[in-house]
Ligand binder design. Structure first.
Ligand code: URA
Length: 208
């Protein structure tokens, strides 16, 4: 199995799709190589393309706040995207671009072995749970996936732009420690903090 550094090198040199032609640089992802929690966004935007790091623009600053609500910092988790190069003008990634990048993402998951995968937005969720029509139906929920849990979250950029979603995504991130604790090997994670709100009781595990 390749190391995370080898995967990083493969991604930075990747020419599997046309996104590589327009990029300033690829954005492989970063964080704790043994993270229990992996967050997967959509694709690099302007700032990420410039700096080669995931979520460093306005959505990234909000993501840092959200991680804080869950008691995490960037160093605790691993953050990446379904496509590693910026779609021009921040358009949605095309199916062939998603397919070309799929091997990179699967390899990262294989190496890191996270217990919990947090999907940020619909393109990321669709990698693991196809056919979800609305984020409204699934956000905040933990969905069993090949021995892991996939937690569906709104994309932080969507939550930033639609005022009403901000509280929703904040509440979903506050629940994340409970989900992580549920999936952690015995003794690996401290007891979760007491529920921050009545919504804590509503979190449910379900299979699609
Ligand atoms: N949006 C994403 O989906 N990923 C990033 O890295 C930045 C913004």
């Amino acid at each position: 199995m390749p190391s995370l550094d080898e995967l990083r090198a493969q991604i930075t040199q990747c020419r599997l799709c046309d996104l590589s032609k327009a990029r300033t640089q690829a954005v492989p992802g970063e964080g704790n190589p043994r993270a229990q929690v992996m967050l997967i966004g959509e694709g690099p935007g302007f700032y990420e393309d410039q700096r080669g790091r995931p979520f460093v623009g306005p959505a990234g600053h909000f993501l840092d706040e959200l991680l804080g609500l869950a008691g995490f910092s960037r160093g605790d988790v691993f953050i990446t995207n379904v496509v590693k190069c910026r779609p021009p003008g921040n358009r949605d990634p095309e199916p062939e671009e998603l397919a070309a990048c799929d091997g990179h993402l699967r390899a990262q998951i294989e190496v890191i072995q996270p217990n919990v995968i947090v999907t940020l937005g619909r393109f990321s969720l669709a990698k693991f749970v196809p056919g979800v029509r609305s984020m409204k139906e699934v956000h905040g929920r933990a969905i069993p996936y090949q021995g892991r849990l996939v937690v569906a979250m709104y994309h932080p950029a969507a939550a930033l732009h639609q005022g009403g979603l901000r509280r929703v995504i904040e509440e979903d991130f506050r629940m994340l420690p409970m989900i992580v604790a549920r999936k952690a090997p015995a003794g690996a994670v401290a007891e979760p903090a007491p529920a921050a709100s009545p919504a804590a009781e509503q979190i449910s595990l379900f299979a699609l």
